[in-house]
Design a protein around this ligand. Structure first.
Ligand SMILES: Cc1cc2nc3c(=O)[nH]c(=O)nc-3n(C[C@H](O)[C@H](O)[C@H](O)COP(=O)(O)OP(=O)(O)OC[C@H]3O[C@@H](n4cnc5c(N)ncnc54)[C@H](O)[C@@H]3O)c2cc1C
Length: 340
């Protein structure tokens, strides 16, 4: 299919992963990535990057969600096994998840995938300040977005994918590109672009600090609002979830309360030096939207494959939903050919 023209809208973790996978499938096609922001201007850049599916983000059925989780884990794990995995920003990371609700609520799909997931003993629980009733020790993957996005941007250029900076306010504006199909990976931008009232921002803020003595992650698993996650270059202290807040400026009081909660868990963080605060808008949707749409625009029937609404699990689920989206692109193109 050498005359194919594909547009990927969005250059966060979802857009870049989708573009790389589209290139593998359509080797001779022309692929453009169009986005109004790249790298540090995306939500993806803000994420802590822990591979930990959040129960509230799903594919709409247990089967579909499990397939996304499994495909994603295997995809990231294959990259982790490469000799350049540090440069790409993917590694194993261990840590504690502290809970006040039962351990048995844990997703079984995850248990069978990640290297280690076991309940904490009474002794281990007592180690942590607070009144924790349950806990888990877990070894999972960490995908550092600042490294992965840099690598993925380099990769798309190497794969001859064109990068265009442009804001799209209506799909009709893309008719000038004469695209056969558009992969819509616009994250929270889809709220306006698709007039999607089921998509909401969950504002998050983190503080990056220097504390090289912290080697493992720890998070409050009740609401995932307090976490300490060592990344390759810094430690990420988080966090918060503000429903329908679109303010991208760091909030002084959020920073203070996060720092206090994190220092309560690991008192030595009082000696950590601040690097910067980062803010991002999680694109939250009860069911992540990975589906086809035929949309009449400027006299044409545009073929769109949506891939957005990953909430707090976009780094985790990027490969699984992107592979799913690529299959939907293939289905559209096969249908187009059969009609020719
Ligand atoms: C504080 C915080 C911590 C997080 N921690 C984790 C974690 O540990 N693990 C995890 O799995 N997930 C985590 N997440 C969630 C994760 O960051 C998101 O789910 C993910 O980044 C969404 O990726 P995306 O590519 O859909 O969106 P984005 O990264 O925002 O990319 C969207 C792209 O679309 C472009 N775009 C949007 N609208 C338009 C338009 N109209 N025209 C042109 N271009 C447009 C943007 O410019 C951008 O390039 C966290 C998020 C936050 C905020």
């Amino acid at each position: 299919m050498s005359d194919l023209k594909i547009c990927v809208l969005g250059s966060g973790v979802i857009g870049l992963t989708t573009a790389i996978e589209l290139r593998k499938e359509f080797r001779n096609s022309s692929i453009d990535i169009i986005a109004d922001a790249f790298y540090s201007g995306t939500t993806s850049f803000v994420a802590a990057g822990l591979f930990l599916p959040i129960e509230s983000n799903s594919g709409g059925s247990v089967e579909r969600t499990s397939a996304w989780v499994k495909d994603s884990y295997n995809y990231w794990e294959n990259i982790r096994a490469l000799s350049e995995s540090e440069e790409i920003g993917i590694r194993h990371l261990s840590g504690h998840i502290l809970l006040n609700r039962s351990y048995n609520e844990e997703s079984k799909a995850l248990e069978s995938l990640i290297p280690e997931l076991r309940p904490l003993s009474e002794e281990e629980l007592k180690f942590w300040p607070g009144n924790w009733k349950y806990g888990k020790y877990c070894t999972t993957l960490q995908i550092d977005p600042s490294r992965y996005l840099k690598w993925a941007l380099y990769k798309v250029k190497e794969l001859n994918i064109n990068i265009i900076q442009r804001k799209i306010t209506d799909f009709g504006q893309l008719t000038d590109g004469n695209y056969d199909v558009i992969a819509n990976c616009t994250g929270i931008g889809a709220k306006v672009l698709c007039e999607d009232n089921e998509l909401f921002a969950l504002r998050g803020q983190v503080s990056l600090v220097k504390a090289p003595w912290v080697k493992n992650f720890v998070l409050d698993g009740n609401d995932c609002d307090t976490y300490i996650i060592p990344s390759f270059d810094n430690i990420v202290l988080g966090g918060c979830r503000h429903f329908e807040s679109y303010n991208l400026a760091p909030n002084h009081y959020d920073a203070l309360s996060m720092r206090e909660k994190c220092e309560h868990l690991i008192p030595s963080l009082k000696n950590a030096t601040l690097v910067e605060h980062k803010v991002g808008l999680r694109p939250f949707r009860l069911v992540t939207r990975v589906e086809q749409e035929y949309k009449p625009c400027s006299g044409r029937n545009m073929k769109i494959v949506h891939n957005y609404g990953h909430g707090g699990s976009g780094i985790t689920l990027a490969p699984g939903t992107s592979l799913n989206a690529v299959q939907l692109v293939k289905d559209i193109l096969i249908e187009r050919r059969s009609k020719m």
